[in-house]
Design a protein around this ligand. Structure first.
Ligand code: HEM
Length: 481
């Protein structure tokens, strides 16, 4: 006797709960029970979600649809308790451990490379010899060269003077327009400064095409690494190749010119020697040019946008900032302020730190485990990704009182250990952290001494991906004082 259609439908519907059950527990069975059976330690609490996609849909639900980025971690805390600030999950294709409390965050960031190595998504787009990609001795070598060129005192002194004309001109043009989209405009001025600092390129068609190529690289970094026609990843690879061609041509030109006194980052990278007296190879120079722009471009633009946004929301802070900077302007000795003068402006630096804390430009830093690592009785299995959830540190009331209030005065006291990690930490701490602070300080100086502004849409919502920012990119009415 044949089975009728109705009976088939009944069987399928009857099996659905079973199928759902199997899918829901598949990752747990595979990673926790089968692959984890050799170890007698337990995994941090959590759930690995569905096969392949893991917990990504929940992540996107909170970030993209609800636009409540903290909801994702808070839901885990509610479900599994605070514990040691560790949760297991499966995000963006990898089984992962989220580390979100100061002690464990510090443990991960400060541990040596025999436990955790840095892991950037889609690293091929930055190049195999970029600072972000290399490990161990090679990392120390390239890092010392790169930080010498962008993050040390003498470099910062020179950079401070180089970037000011562009900041001054940009603010003047904003006032003439009467209103701006702060994110788009801070991107523009950041790119102009990068062009000048890195390769002495002036604004124009070449810099515009470089901007487009970097957009392609960034989109590729955030995409799934599917290397076939039409994917963002494939496009990103093509953009990196074109950038290498543009910078490679410039490098060749300079080699033929035999530069003596370095005037920009490319000259610096061509000349600086490591501790053993070796200079960087051409590939190392090109990879690191690209990775420094990737590291410093959007991040600096976002930080600048947040400064404009928070100061518009907190006029009492702007008032005090203005007082300090008016005094600084009177006292300065040259046409431009110096890096030293900015570094001594106490309140300005507190505003910089508070902007970085509240702006939360990097949601997380990434590591992966080289071997099974134990932390307070929990195992972090070999080969898993560790997502150091920086954002949580900065907005947790246990770490910062009234965390959603923009209050630079909190920086009269140092933060509790491990609670302020906007630039990541350990040997991998952001290679441009002092440069980023300097750029913000300079912007604050000129903004506060010359201009007033207010948000066009003060109650505008936030988008959270790929970065948190106001929906309208912080549009402001902008005019001279
Ligand atoms: C507000 C601006 C910035 C923020 C919030 C930021 C944040 C970060 C974070 C969180 C990391 C990962 C650290 C870790 O894994 O522990 C990082 C790494 C890095 N950043 Fe930044 N960054 C900023 C600006 C810059 C600038 C201006 C540059 C250079 C021009 C730069 C270049 C780099 C590089 C090269 C790395 C990799 C360092 C390494 O692996 O040794 N960043 N940054």
């Amino acid at each position: 006797m044949g089975v009728t259609t109705t009976e088939w439908i009944g069987v399928i519907l009857g099996c659905l709960p079973l199928l759902g059950f199997v899918l829901w527990w598949w990752n747990e069975l595979w990673y926790v029970v089968l692959r984890g059976r050799d170890s007698n330690k337990k995994l941090p609490p959590g759930h690995l979600g569905l096969p392949f996609i893991g917990d990504t849909v929940t992540f996107l639900w909170y970030f993209k649809f609800l636009r409540r980025p903290d909801g994702y971690i808070n839901a885990k805390r509610r479900k599994y308790g605070e514990g040691e600030g560790l949760f297991r999950t499966h995000l963006f294709g990898s089984p992962s451990i989220i580390a979100c409390e100061p002690l464990v965050t510090k443990f991960v960031l400060q541990s040596s490379e025999d436990k955790f190595i840095s892991e950037w998504p889609n690293i091929a787009l930055l190049g195999p010899t970029s600072l972000n990609a290399v490990q161990g001795k090679e990392h120390a070598r390239i890092r010392s060269v790169v930080t010498n060129a962008v993050n040390r005192r003498d470099a910062l002194r020179r950079i401070a003077l180089l970037i000011q004309p562009r900041v001054v001109a940009a603010l003047d043009s904003w006032a003439q327009k009467g209103g701006i989209n702060a994110y788009l405009e801070t991107k523009k001025v950041t790119l102009e400064n990068i062009g000048k600092l890195f390769v002495s390129f002036e604004p124009g068609d070449l810099l515009d095409s470089i901007d487009e190529l970097f957009k392609g690289v960034l989109n590729g970094i955030r995409a799934y690494p599917l290397d076939f026609p039409g994917t963002a990843y494939r496009h990103g690879l093509k953009c990196k190749k074109k950038l290498d061609e543009i910078f490679g041509k410039e490098l060749q030109k300079r080699k033929n010119m035999k530069v003596v006194e370095p005037v920009d980052l490319m000259d610096g990278l061509m000349q600086i020697k490591d501790e053993e007296g070796n200079i960087l190879s051409d590939t190392e120079i090109l990879d690191n040019m690209v990775s420094l722009v990737v590291g410093g471009y959007t991040s600096t633009a976002l930080a600048s946008m947040w400064a404009i946004y928070f100061l518009a929301k907190f006029p009492n802070v702007l008032h005090r900032l203005r007082e300090e900077n008016m005094a600084l302007r009177k006292a300065k000795t040259g046409d431009f302020i110096t890096a030293e003068e900015i570094s001594k402006a106490k309140y300005t630096n507190m505003v910089v730190e508070e902007t970085l804390r509240m702006g939360n430009i990097s949601l997380s830093a990434f590591r992966s485990t080289v071997k099974e690592v134990e932390y307070k009785g929990y195992k972090l299995p070999q080969g898993w990704r560790v997502i150091v959830w920086l954002r949580n540190l900065h907005i947790d009331p246990k770490n910062f009182e009234d965390p959603m209030c923009f209050n630079p005065d909190r920086w009269n006291e140092p933060p509790k250990p491990g609670t302020f990690q906007v630039f990541g930490g350990g040997k991998r701490i952001c290679a441009g952290n002092m440069l980023a602070r300097l750029q913000l300080g300079i912007l604050l100086h000129y903004l506060s001494t010359g201009y007033k502004w207010e948000l066009v849409n003060p109650e505008d919502g936030m988008v959270c991906l790929p970065h948190q920012k106001p929906e309208d990119g912080a549009e402001v009415f902008f005019s001279a004082l």
